[in-house]
Design a protein around this ligand. Sequence first.
Ligand code: FMN
Length: 97
Amino acid sequence: MNWMGPFHEGKPQLQRDESQRSIGIAMQTIMLAARAMGYDSCPMIGFDHEAVAKLIRMPAGYCMGPMIAVGKRVKDSWPKPGQLSIDEVRIVDRFPG
Ligand SMILES: Cc1cc2nc3c(=O)[nH]c(=O)nc-3n(C[C@H](O)[C@H](O)[C@H](O)COP(=O)(O)O)c2cc1C
């Protein structure tokens, strides 16, 4: 574990990237676990982060991820506008060109 400190030291952007990676993984785990338990969920970033930080007494040096609402679905989700094909989102080895 000795490399972890120096790897992140003095690199606030990398530290923040790292926290967002971890948050994303944790979020998806929560959402999948909720689904497995028969619940639905919705991630949201559209809230006042500063007000929530104050409410929960978030110490300096922490950063906040999205909220996840978890509950029983009352209606089906709206139809999705479509999905990009796998060829449009997958890059194998390197970008073309
Ligand atoms: C990290 C993240 C944050 C999101 N934040 C918001 C948000 O603040 N407000 C919002 O309307 N949708 C937000 N969304 C999208 C919703 O979670 C949801 O997918 C979207 O509203 C589509 O809902 P629908 O399935 O009912 O169409 C966010 C999605 C992600 C992945």
